[in-house]
Design a protein around this ligand. Sequence first.
Ligand SMILES: C[S@@+](CC[C@H](N)C(=O)[O-])C[C@H]1O[C@@H](n2cnc3c(N)ncnc32)[C@H](O)[C@@H]1O
Length: 283
Amino acid sequence: MWPVHDWLPGLCAWLKETPWPQVETMSPAIALAFLPLVVTLLVRYRHYFRLLVRTVLLRSLRDCLSGLRIEERAFSYVLTHALPGDSSHILTTLDHWSSHCEYLSHMGPIKGQILMRLVEEKAPACVLELGTYCGYSTLLIARALPPGGRLLTVERDPHTAAVAEKIIRLAGFDEQTVELIVGSSEEVIPRLRTQHQLSRADLVLLAHRPRCYLRDLQLLEGHALLPAGATVLADHVLFPGAPRFLQYTKSCGRYRCRVHHTGLPDFPAIKDGIAQLTYAGPG
Ligand SMILES: C[S@@+](CC[C@H](N)C(=O)[O-])C[C@H]1O[C@@H](n2cnc3c(N)ncnc32)[C@H](O)[C@@H]1O
């Protein structure tokens, strides 16, 4: 799940560009004159308001009413509707729940296709994912791994990780194939070699917090965990956006970069992108 403070600034950026009048000094007649502007903004940014309502207001209301977190509600739905051992069915069940019941901040099927296609094409022996959430993208990667391939996935929030663990095991992946590490990326990355026997990550998915992507990419470089030719995928590089990360990867001369343009799941009008980088080595 994206913390509100990650994406709300992006939403507000457009509104900030508008020169708002000094309300306290305004007469009602002038205030009324601004009504068309307010209506125009509401219409123009309706998709962002709808997203705000679904991801913050309705979610908080349901959390209060049910006493459960959204991840736990998603898991209950999966348990009662999906076929155990069938990762494809679990993925479509999560998509269905997100579209028809409650909006889940997962990767969704369109970006999911890009991710799966790349994993199949690159056939990585070791994959590292930062930001497991409910395990949606984890299942996509695990399904596409070559025989003997290994996936390490890192989730900071222990409650979310507990749900992801159950979904991953329900789909039939054992701990040899998919290892879930509970902890924050900046603490886990330096311990990957010694505590988790990961000497290189052939493919990395950054899906945790766009504002941490640059720091964590540099940590991976610094700990020599990226072999030359490694693929790094970074989700949400356009919304909420990771401008410093994109600028670094384009200007440092060690990455080939391409952005796949997509929309958010169920909000195609909100433009987003997934960056695909190829690491050339320390140079
Ligand atoms: C947008 S969700 C990931 C969605 C997931 N990849 C999917 O498609 O289902 C982001 C997740 O990253 C986790 N997270 C945020 N910062 C993190 C960090 N520094 N290290 C590890 N996990 C983090 C959040 O708790 C959240 O569960």
